[in-house]
Ligand binder design. Structure first.
Ligand code: ADP
Ligand code: AMP
Length: 215
């Protein structure tokens, strides 16, 4: 099954993808984390992506699509995957459709996690991310058991540079202008399932699992 977790920055895509991946066995692919890893490693892609990621702008489509298609071609994605943070433009969505169609596959479902803008800002400003495994926490809404340490792997937690107020403002503006129009694209294709993301994490997970099971 090929599933897209869709929503604004801070909607809870990463949080829910980790849970859904554990429950369904689907591989979790997150383009944001792939870019951050490339930047940490100092690869050519990382150097090209860095200024965009830091400022909260979208990395150009040719770089993003190339990176994602390379990841999708790896063996562990043969049976499907959970996409988190991709696609974010119409060009990315059509490139994904074409690449899957070449293999006789298609996106099965797009799970849209809907959250009001004021809640997004407060979630992003309190987010803590694990340096090692990428698991996310929130200082107030979803704290780790031990302050500053990941529950899953024990590594250090850090605050992303792009979770500061100016990049957050920029990312939300980019989302509404370039990414939100994809909602209509997937709705027209009959693939969109809307879930209220303004609820506790476990309630959102239950709704998402129900939407996945629903034909
Ligand atoms: P995204 O991947 O969509 O940007 P994240 O999964 O990283 O979003 O979540 C953003 C922040 O909101 C994190 O700090 C996370 O702990 C918190 N969060 C996620 N889901 C919920 C929820 N249902 N209720 C409260 N806080 C949440
Ligand atoms: P995220 O972790 O999903 O919030 O993404 C962090 C940053 O990575 C974004 O603000 C963009 O700069 C970049 N990025 C992630 N996914 C994409 C994408 N699909 N298209 C373009 N840029 C992306």
């Amino acid at each position: 099954m090929y599933v897209i977790l869709f929503g604004a920055p801070g909607a809870g895509k990463g949080t829910q993808a980790t849970i859904l991946a554990e429950k369904t066995g689907l591989v979790h692919i997150t383009t944001g984390e792939l870019f951050r890893e490339a930047i940490r490693q100092g690869t050519e892609l990382g150097k090209q992506a860095q200024p965009y990621v830091e400022q909260g702008r979208l990395v150009p489509d040719h770089l993003t699509i190339g990176m994602l298609l390379e990841r999708l071609a790896q063996g562990d994605c043969g049976g499907g995957c959970l996409l988190d943070g991709f696609p974010r433009t119409m060009e990315q969505a059509t490139a994904l459709d074409e690449a899957l169609a070449e293999r006789g596959k298609a996106i099965d479902k797009v799970l849209y996690i809907r959250v009001p803008e004021a809640e997004l800002v407060s979630r992003l400003s309190g987010r803590w991310t694990c340096r090692q495994c990428g698991t996310v926490y929130h200082q107030r809404l979803h704290p780790p058991r031990q302050e500053g340490r990941c529950d899953r792997c024990g590594s250090e937690l850090y605050q992303r540079e792009d979770d500061k107020p100016e990049p957050v403002r920029q990312r939300l503006e980019v989302y509404w202008r370039q990414t939100a129009p994809l909602i209509d694209y997937y709705r027209a294709a009959g693939k969109l399932r809307e879930v209220d993301g303004n609820k506790p994490v476990d309630e959102v997970s239950e709704e998402l699992l129900a939407a996945l099971a629903d034909p």
